[in-house]
Write a protein that binds this ligand. Structure first.
Ligand code: ZDR
Length: 278
């Protein structure tokens, strides 16, 4: 199956974008596993398909490298806004994008005519157990609650940004063995749709450092929705102000929890190459 693709990344969280308005792929799940493979494929954390929407400018579907579908992806949202603009599919600098988690609004920000960041209105965080989703009392929030995994107890705070996130604050991030602990929490039965897992070290109230184990993709260099969820969790625990920069392995994102209860994420989006999958 041949199709044209474009390769993008947001802080090293990398994606293959395919214009589904022109290219056809039969089975997105199977193709995600193939193209994301770093030895036998193109290599990426996910496959993203751009589609027509009845309710927004465009629609996108996001598949993790294991073929599972994600409701939302922050880094992809920034890349997609730039993709449709630079590939001549729209002349709008602010678009609406339909995702499984609702309509997201990215905006290209130019300084002296040069695009230097993409700012995204990520919508409102969802905090109820039923919304994350998590087993237990549907209307309750999960803030600094104990989760026992094997012999170890973690203090977790859970936030949905359309997709599930479990945030754990630690004193020293270098001591966390993410690839061992991440999958255990990801698949804990308390999370019926599994979860993304973020370990966070607070440097000060405006600066946090985060590493992520992504549901369906493993350790990645950055996670947009996870960074937004991290700020929300930090505010709820009294550890951060409502605006902060968050350092990830792949770089830095600026996150703001507005008084309108929306989360705004600003950061880069980069196209690396275009090609044809054979
Ligand atoms: C974390 C993510 N890369 C982003 O930038 O928001 C989204 C990928 C989807 C994630 N692995 C999930 O929710 O399954």
């Amino acid at each position: 199956m041949k199709f044209n693709f474009s390769k993008w990344h947001g802080l090293g969280n990398d994606f293959v974008i395919v214009n589904g308005l022109e290219e056809s792929i039969e089975n997105y799940e199977e193709m995600a596993i193939k193209v994301c493979d770093r030895h036998f494929g193109i290599g990426a954390d996910g496959l993203v398909i751009l589609l027509k929407s009845e309710i927004a400018d465009f629609k996108m579907r996001i598949f993790n490298s294991d073929g599972s579908e994600a409701e939302m992806c922050g880094n992809v949202t920034r890349c997609m806004a730039r993709y449709v603009f630079e590939h001549g599919l729209t002349d709008k600098k602010k678009i609406t994008l339909e995702t499984k988690a609702g309509i997201i609004k990215p905006e290209l920000i130019f300084t002296n005519g040069i695009l230097d960041t993409v700012k995204v209105d990520m919508g409102e965080p969802r905090l109820k157990r039923s919304e994350i989703p998590m087993v237990g009392n549907a209307d309750e929030q999960v803030i600094n609650e104990i989760l026992r995994v094997g012999d170890i107890e973690y203090n977790i705070t859970c936030v949905s940004m359309g997709n599930p996130h479990c945030i754990i604050f630690v004193d020293d991030l270098t001591l966390v063995d993410l690839s061992v602990i991440g999958p255990k929490i990801e698949t804990d039965p308390i999370f019926p749709k599994k979860t993304n897992v973020e370990f966070v070290q607070v440097l000060n109230k405006q600066k946090l450092r985060m590493r992520v184990w992504e549901r369906g993709a493993g350790v990645t260099m950055a996670c947009g929705t996870g960074t937004c969820a991290t700020l929300v969790a930090a505010v709820l625990n009294g550890k951060a102000d409502r605006q902060a920069t968050i350092e990830l392995d792949g770089g830095t994102l600026f996150i703001e929890w507005g008084l309108d209860n929306h989360i705004y994420m600003s950061g880069p989006a980069v196209e690396v190459f275009r090609g044809k999958y054979l």
